[in-house]
Design a protein around this ligand. Structure first.
Ligand code: 5RP
Length: 262
């Protein structure tokens, strides 16, 4: 491992490296989006190359699809693959019930569809992603472009009656232009600071006309793997209700780190 990786990247790598140990021959695997997921795609590609592992990857964004193809992973759409064995993805926050805020990378719509269509979702994270209560990270809500300002006003009005601390929404920007998702939509980031009832919020947000999907993942994640900079990993298992500690051997693999740009 190159020594110049930051401690946080080493933590992401450790989680990613452990997660691909759950992938078995012939599996159909959902491939998440973001910097942690990119480490996972690289680690998975190493297994494909070194062990001849045969899997089909279902990417959750064009970014991940490009990376997976470039690294030699066989890629299919969700409709081609059908039901998936496993999805591995990053997160922006996770709480003690393994509920998540996702969408910091703008891909939560495809990510939620893919994770929901999987037998199991494994989330990989660095320690900063663990929170006692969701909401410090702005909650992404994908909205269609038509009438987005009206949708924003309706969402803000709705938040007044809900158990959240902040009630403002901002349109996500990409430099001077509104951010556009892979599905051609915009994203509103909700600055809530604290979400008292994530399940209720997830349900009611999707009732607002114009909202396509919010970034709350409730009862979707089965296991969170938290990596640490020294190679330790903690496995938070929802079924077993326990946290197990392990250690990952950092392979001397330059391939995993070559051309990191995600
Ligand atoms: C993309 C996501 C990402 O998983 C999330 O933003 C975490 O990203 P990173 O691993 O770069 O911290 O939800 O939509």
């Amino acid at each position: 491992m190159p020594a110049d990786l930051s401690p946080i990247d080493k933590a992401k790598f450790a989680a990613a490296q452990r997660s691909v140990g759950f992938v078995e021959e012939g599996m159909r695997v959902g491939l998440g989006t973001g910097s942690t997921a990119a480490f996972m795609v690289r680690a998975l590609a190493e297994r494909v190359r070194n062990e001849g592992l045969r899997i089909t990857g279902v990417p959750t964004s064009t970014r991940t699809a490009d990376l997976a193809r470039e690294l030699g992973i066989t890629v299919a759409t969700l409709d081609e693959a059908g039901w998936l064995d496993l999805t591995i993805d990053g997160t922006d926050e996770f709480d003690g019930d393994l509920n998540l805020i996702k969408g910091g990378g703008g891909a939560h719509l495809q990510e939620k569809i893919v994770a929901t269509a999987s037998d199991r979702m494994i989330v990989i994270a660095d320690p900063a992603k663990k929170v006692a209560q969701l909401g410090a990270f702005p909650l992404p809500v994908e909205v269609i472009r038509f009438g987005w300002q009206t949708t924003k006003a309706l969402v803000e009005e709705l938040l007044v009656s809900l158990d959240v601390l902040g009630q403002s929404a901002t349109l996500r920007m990409n430099k001077a232009e509104p951010y556009v998702t892979d599905e051609g939509n915009h994203i509103l980031d909700l600055h809530l600071q604290r979400i008292g009832n994530p399940r209720q919020l997830a349900l009611v947000l999707n009732q607002v006309p114009g909202v396509v999907e919010n970034g709350l993942f409730i009862d979707i994640c089965d296991l969170v793997i938290v990596g640490h900079g020294d190679g330790r990993v903690d496995l938070h298992d929802i079924a077993r209700g326990q946290v197990a500690g392990e250690r990952v051997a950092f392979a001397e693999s330059e391939n995993v780190f070559a051309d990191l740009d995600d």
